[in-house]
Design a protein around this ligand. Structure first.
Ligand code: FEO
Length: 394
């Protein structure tokens, strides 16, 4: 995509990654973008770069606006390689002595990412910098989502360059919220559930801090996906809502199956939950992606996890999901386990212990059915589902 002037003198010079489908284990069915921004003022400033393989595409975008050698300095809001990978090539073109402004942790991280020691300058939280008619201020956002993360705020125009925060994995020509509309919200929710949920309490503190500082945010420019120019408060409010983790009356029944017995249990359990009026999503883990399941779990009160017993333990796919969800530390959940077994049947106990270790409130010891569920067993599953539904409603 060609550069786009997103505000007077500010250009989106990033790139669209139309073809990426797996972003370190996160399914990106709509691709992604690596956004970088060029501010042309008395000083010319580049905010963030792109993934290494897209460096030349970004440099061509810059060149369509100004001679890259005229860039006075680079701001690195975030060290992760999808935003810093192109830095060495950019520095080669603009001049390796040009300053690279970053947080203190950014300085440490960048030094460890690249063998060449560029002219790093660590900025202080709240430090201001005049670049002509605009004044920039740097805001440390440590652990949102890396230790080095920071925002750059253009105080003059009210534009927040927010690094990964408020982003979405989405490639497209509709780069503004008022163009794409609500169609972007599922991608924003998925991004939050899989990248930022772990830091929910920090997000709530940051939202308070932004409100106390009285920042007049008129536009949010993240490093992925669309720019929020019509209604930046919409995504800030969505982050606050998601961070509070007040789950809906919803249950996710996530399972894997060997010979369809645990699937039959899952569907009967889901039927029982649905009878109680609770929204329920039965999900076969191997037919889905962990990042999609996590998105469904974001607002689900009940986590109901099923696995057959294999080799005295749970299915590897179920272990994968539990490990992933545990790392994102969802709060305020209830849950239980179920599964078919042949002779030993350890899976239900193992899942229950994993859920307990995540801080999930266990509402039932779990349901085990030997071999293939008969009509009596299906009845037990329906009742089990009804009990789960009653707990969700309670
Ligand atoms: Fe988009 Fe944390 O990198």
């Amino acid at each position: 995509m060609r550069p786009i002037e997103i505000a007077k003198g500010i250009y989106h010079v990033g790139v669209q990654d139309w073809n990426i489908r797996d972003f370190h284990g996160y399914s990106t069915d709509r691709g992604s973008s690596y956004n970088a921004y060029l501010i042309v003022d008395e000083n010319i400033v580049l905010i963030d770069t792109v993934k290494k393989g897209f460096a030349d595409q970004m440099l061509a975008n810059i060149e369509a606006v100004v001679d890259p050698k005229k860039i006075d300095f680079v701001i690195s809001n975030h060290t992760e390689m999808d935003h810093s990978g192109a830095l060495p090539r950019v520095m080669h073109y603009i001049g390796e002595d040009k300053p690279v402004l970053c947080s203190k942790m950014g300085h440490k991280n960048l030094s460890r990412h690249f063998p060449r020691n560029f002219n790093y300058r660590a900025v202080e939280n709240g430090e201001e910098l005049s670049i002509g008619k605009r004044k920039l201020v740097f805001l440390e956002t440590r652990m949102l989502h890396w230790p080095d993360s920071m925002f750059t705020f253009d105080k003059t125009e009210g534009i927040l360059f927010s690094s990964d925060a408020f982003g979405q994995h989405h490639a497209g020509y509709e780069i503004f919220d008022d163009v794409i509309g609500d169609a972007i919200m599922p991608q924003a929710k998925k991004y939050f559930a899989n990248i930022l949920l772990l830091y929910a309490s920090k997000i709530l503190k940051l939202a308070e801090q932004i409100s106390e500082m009285g920042l007049d945010i008129r536009m949010i420019c993240p490093d992925h996906g669309i720019i929020w120019r019509k209604d930046p408060a919409k995504i800030i409010n969505a982050y606050v809502t998601w961070s509070k983790q007040i789950p809906a009356n919803k249950a996710v029944v996530a399972y894997d199956t060997m010979w369809e017995s645990t699937r039959a249990m899952a569907e009967a359990i889901a039927d029982g939950i649905a009878e109680t009026g609770v929204e329920v999503k039965p999900i076969h883990i191997r037919s889905s992606d962990r990042s999609e399941i996590m998105t469904e779990l974001l607002d689900a009160k009940a986590m109901v996890i099923g696995s057959p017993t294999i080799n005295n333990t749970i299915f590897p796919t179920v272990a994968d999901l539990l490990t992933y969800v545990k790392g994102l530390r969802p709060k305020n959940r209830i849950g239980t386990a179920f599964g078919s077994y042949g002779w030993s049947g350890e899976a239900v106990k193992i899942i229950r212990e994993e859920l307990e270790a995540m801080g999930v409130g266990i509402i039932d010891p779990g349901l085990r059915i030997q071999y293939v569920p008969d009509s009596d067993a299906v009845g037990q599953c329906l009742d089990f589902g009804r009990r789960i539904g009653a707990e969700v409603n309670g």
